[in-house]
Structures are given as C-alpha cells and as structure tokens.
Write a protein that binds this ligand. Sequence first.
Ligand code: ZN
Length: 162
Amino acid sequence: MTAAPITVPALLADRVRAAVATVDDPEYPGVSVVDLGLLESIEVHVDGLVEVGLVPTFSGCPALGMIADEVRTAVASVAGVDRVEVRWLGAPAWTVDRITEAGRDAMAREFTVAIRIGRQPVACPRCGAETTEDSLFGPSRCRAVHLCPSCAEVVEVMRSGG
Ligand SMILES: [Zn+2]
C-alpha cells in the first residue's frame, strides 16, 4: 500500500520560483530578479526538466549571462529538478511595470532609483519632493538622471521604453 512519491508540478514550480527569487540582479544587490520582473515562465516537465524563461531588462546588458548562470545553479539545487534550461525570451518586452512593489521599494531605498510610468512626475525616494531632469545627462531610451531640488539627491529614473 505504499504509494510512490508523486511530484506535483504546481508545487515544484513554486519551489523553483522561490529558488529564482534568491538570485539578485547584479546591478541592484538585494533586489531579486523576480522583483525586477525578469521571471516570465516556469515549465516543469515529467522527466525532471525545468525550463525557466526570463526577459532581459535592457538588451545588451552584459550581466545577462551571469544572471542565467545563477538562476540555473539556484534552480538545480531544488529537490525534484533533474535538469534546468534557462532561456532569454524575445517577448514579452520588459517594462518598468513588471517591477513588483517590493522591488520598487528596495530600489528607491537602497539605490535611489525611481520608477517612472509614462510622463508622471518623479518623487524623490529620499524626501518625496518632485525631482527635475538633469540636462547634463540627456535621457537614454530607458533611463534618466533627475535631481531633487529639496535634498539635492541624485535620482536614477527607470522608465517605460515607449
Ligand atoms: Zn529629495
């Protein structure tokens, strides 16, 4: 009457997700790649293969290989996982909307990075005052540098690519 152990794919996927969440973004230590919205898909196959799909924040980021290696190592340590494949997906496109609330809080607190949705004003992560764009650093496609007129903090602003 002893039943063979059954791996429930949904539970395994939860453990895989938790393992991925232990990997921090190299650029923002303390902010996990899950909080940054990089994790797109987890597929658990019956033969023990787990496929993890990630979306890159910015194309050409030199840390992508490092992130994939760390995710592969973390997921491989999960019980029930035999093989891991980590793939960078071409779609959907990563946007700042994918960053979780916890990720936004950590980035504001630790790195004075603010997230800008559309054209809304950017509040200073330190004091809450409205920041202004620093014309010395012209905005790139995804990032800009703002200055806080109240506390003089330099704020890195990540924004939607559109
Ligand atoms: Zn400020």
